[in-house]
Design a protein around this ligand. Structure first.
Ligand code: URA
Length: 434
């Protein structure tokens, strides 16, 4: 078999066989297929697309290119949740303890990643002492003992995807539906859960700006999951404005704690209850959505979800008292209100621009090597549809540098549109596919 023939076949619109896909993935990981041939194939796939069968083969080949985590020693049905990412998306921080408090074993691998804030692991490191550097044995023991553990992604989880994603990033081949679906699902399958609940975001702060693209991605991922024998559900949710009010690492942790205390923002709570209900159904802890939702509301009302968070933080070396004293989380030295110059209604908040504000403040990584400031970010005072008067704050910027605060303020004001009439309401949850 020759890589040249595989590239030419795809360039001409042919369908690759399972053997050809495996030949490419194995050779690329081994280094016998160079970057320039892999780039050519990615570009051919970008233009010619892949069939559902090719997408499944690529996913399986990438999933098996490294370790497949064996979670059989964890008792019960393991349900993983994955978000395609967005601004202010702190869902795992609240949802993982909520699901665990309802009896779902949460054995999660999370990443740091690039973006406007850090990943779940960075956010959790706002708890002094917290670590995700667990051995597989500690990870499994913690899940069996307290029902929840989060571990950093090991280098050998789907290494083919790691290498290919980095290549796609610099060759303008990221935004192809099949390549995104196989990239996400290869890591989820390798991470070993029995069932997967996907939160596919749509809107200006999401990968998939258009709802029909988000639906197509969700359908592809559900199909891959089913073919791999994992129960898979996808929820399509709005990312046209930040989720909740807080954007920034420690600020999002604080908002997750408030939510577990029963004082969370309505949209964020709704998303946690929707995704959590799907997790409880997939994990066979509830027979229907209504029961599942009630169970999740109950673990917030009786404090057991908050206690679960404290137990989890403590079990991974963190200071669990901070869960009950969130004012001890890292705090920025400057808090600057962004004031509205107009009266009316918030019509639109360009979501990815709010993400850029957090990045400007130092809350995210621009390159893998960048360090992040856990304390900075923004807290919205108004959401889309809210009435605002001239002179009222639209948001509060948390910064450690006056110049960066001024830059973020200008950027935020440019991203926030006030109109005389309120905008039409858009639903947070667009659809659930299973
Ligand atoms: N996230 C991933 O993990 N892979 C992609 O290709 C896009 C988003």
């Amino acid at each position: 078999m020759r890589m040249y023939d595989i590239i030419r076949k795809k360039r001409n619109g042919g369908e690759l066989t399972a053997e050809e896909i495996r030949f490419f993935v194995d050779g690329y990981v081994l280094g016998t297929i160079p970057d320039y041939q892999a780039s050519a194939l990615m570009m051919a796939i970008y233009f010619q697309k892949m069939t559902a069968a090719e997408t499944c083969e690529l996913t399986m080949a990438m999933a098996h290119s490294g370790d497949m985590l064996d979670l059989s020693a964890v008792r019960g049905i393991k349900v993983d949740k994955h978000s395609t990412g967005g601004v202010g998306d702190k869902t795992s921080l609240a949802l993982a303890p909520m699901a665990a408090a309802c009896g779902i074993p949460v054995a999660k691998m999370s990443g740091r990643g690039l973006g406007h804030t850090g990943g779940t692991i960075d956010k959790l490191e706002s708890f002094p002492g917290f670590t995700t550097a667990l051995t597989t044995e500690q990870f499994i023991n913690n899940v069996n003992r307290i029902g929840i553990a989060i571990m950093g992604q090991t280098a050998d989880l789907a290494p083919a995807d790691k290498k290919l994603y980095a290549l796609r990033d610099v060759t303008a081949t990221v935004d192809n539906m099949s390549l995104i679906a196989s990239s996400i699902m290869s890591k989820k399958l390798a991470a070993g859960a029995d069932a997967i609940v996907l939160d596919v975001k749509t809107g200006s702060g999401a990968f998939m700006k258009k709802e029909e693209d988000a639906r197509a991605l969700a359908e592809e991922m559900v199909e891959i999951g089913k073919n791999a024998g994992r129960k898979t559900v996808a929820v399509i949710s709005d990312m046209d404005q930040p989720l909740g009010f807080a954007v920034g690492n420690a600020l999002e942790v604080k908002e997750a704690i408030y939510t577990l205390n029963g004082h969370g923002p309505a949209d964020f709570l709704e998303l946690c209850l929707t995704l959590g209900s799907q997790m409880l159904l997939a994990g066979e802890k509830a027979a229907d959505i209504k029961t599942a939702r009630h169970m999740l509301e109950q673990v917030i009302a009786d404090g057991s979800a908050l206690r679960k968070l404290a137990e989890f933080v403590g079990a991974q070396g963190g200071d669990s008292s901070v869960v009950y004293h969130p004012e001890r989380l890292p705090q920025a030295s400057i808090q600057k209100s962004v004031i509205s110059s107009a009266s009316g209604y918030v019509n639109r908040i360009v979501c990815d621009e709010v993400g850029s504000c957090s990045l400007i403040l130092g809350g995210g990584r621009e390159t893998k090597e960048s360090s992040i400031d856990l304390s900075v970010g923004l807290v919205l005072c108004k959401k889309v549809g809210d009435a605002v008067k001239a002179g009222e704050p639209l948001a509060v910027i948390h910064a450690n540098d006056e110049r960066k605060a001024a830059e973020a303020e200008k950027r935020f004001l440019d991203a926030c549109f006030i109109t005389a009439e309120p905008p039409a309401k858009t639903p947070l949850i667009r659809e659930t596919l299973s």
